[in-house]
Design a protein around this ligand. Structure first.
Ligand SMILES: Cc1ncc(COP(=O)(O)O)c(C=O)c1O
Length: 345
């Protein structure tokens, strides 16, 4: 059993469930490991913690103390980041559903705005009228998802339109943002997105002397050692690709937005079984946690540590809410006391 499992088990005897246990020391070492793997290849590499993963102050402030920035996707997260002590230069506002108010607030504090489409540019145009200084804009590029452009970011045509709009209000791009979803195993898709953006990267360097290349998150939940091992070759391959594309890597500020990769394995959701029912084809265990506390449960297997067992029997683990989707795991061998998870402030 992991250290976290031992602590969770002890705490479950002392405190009423459900609750989360977070190993902040582990988060710190994961955060340092990820950043140092990239900094070996790109010495100026920056990390911005993805607030949506878990915006607890106890985590975010620790990451700020380590030199992380904050990536936020809503007005509330932006306000939390500010109250956690992040200054504008260390905040990036991202997401496809920005509001006028959050763009104005982000511009006002000098945060970077990662533009998802022309709608964002229209809101930026309004904010620009009252912004004290130049607004830092990064263009989020739509990536290839099984032969189709992703719903996030801009296609080349949308980027052209957004570029002429921002030029029309006297602004230019500071960089390019590419996020490839939840599972990045190698550099292949990053490299193809970088190839597509090479001209823009070179143009921004020519104009400003440097360019932000934000590679998003998606490096997968891992231990500190695994993060170093898995991401270093990705950084090296991207470095080589930039060289081949004649993009001067010394002028590239590589930026990452880790979330689950640094937090997920350092957190556990502790729950109890409320009841067990026998049905013809399964046993149903109802837990005192609902599936909304495990937002990624459909896509990822969260390791489960068993309070008694593992038993021979297989259980459907359900939450207590009366809607069909409140299923936590369909086929658990044994009754769990805790499962790793991401969670809420
Ligand atoms: C734009 C963006 N950046 C960063 C992240 C964080 O990625 P992860 O939690 O996989 O580390 C996400 C997660 O979906 C994202 O959408």
């Amino acid at each position: 059993m992991s250290d976290l499992g031992v602590i969770a088990r002890r705490m479950a005897r002392e405190h009423p469930t459900p609750f989360y246990v977070i190993d902040v020391k582990q988060i710190r070492s994961n955060a340092n490991a990820l950043r140092s793997a990239w900094a070996e290849v790109f010495p100026g590499a920056r990390c911005m913690y993805s607030y949506k993963t878990n915006p607890l102050s106890a985590i975010c402030r620790q990451l700020r103390a380590l030199g992380y920035g904050a990536e936020v996707v809503s007005d509330m997260e932006l306000r939390w980041a500010i109250s956690d002590g992040f200054v504008g230069a260390d905040i990036a506002l991202n997401g496809p559903a920005k509001t006028r108010a959050e763009i104005a607030l982000a511009a006002g504090v000098g945060a970077t705005i990662q533009v998802d489409g022309c709608r964002d540019v229209r809101l930026v145009r309004d904010a620009a009228l009252s912004a004290p200084s130049e607004i830092r804009l990064v263009a989020r590029i739509a990536t290839d998802v099984r032969g189709e452009y992703s719903r996030f970011g801009m296609t080349p045509a949308e980027l052209d339109e957004a570029t002429s709009m921002i030029r029309g209000i006297g602004l230019t791009w500071h960089g390019v943002h590419v996020h490839l979803g939840g599972i990045v195993r190698d550099a292949g898709r990053h490299i193809s997105a970088i190839c597509d953006s090479a001209r823009l990267l070179r143009d921004i360097i020519m104009e400003r002397g440097s360019v932000v290349l934000n590679l998003g998150g998606g490096f997968g939940p891992a231990s500190a050692a695994e993060l170093q091992r898995s991401t270093r070759p990705i950084a090296q391959a991207i470095h080589q690709a930039l060289f081949a594309l004649e993009v001067d890597s010394k002028c590239v500020v590589v930026t990452l937005e880790p979330g689950r990769s640094i937090v997920e394995k350092a957190a556990a959701l502790v729950a109890n079984v409320l009841s067990v029912k026998e049905r013809t084809d399964c046993r149903i265990a109802t837990l005192n946690v609902a599936s909304n506390l495990l937002p990624t449960r459909c896509y990822r297997t969260h390791p489960i540590d068993f309070g008694r067992g593992p038993l021979e029997a297989s259980y459907l683990l359900a939450g207590p809410q009366c809607f069909e989707d409140d299923i936590i795991v369909r086929d658990a061998l044994g009754l769990p006391i805790w499962a790793t998870a991401t969670f809420c402030r």
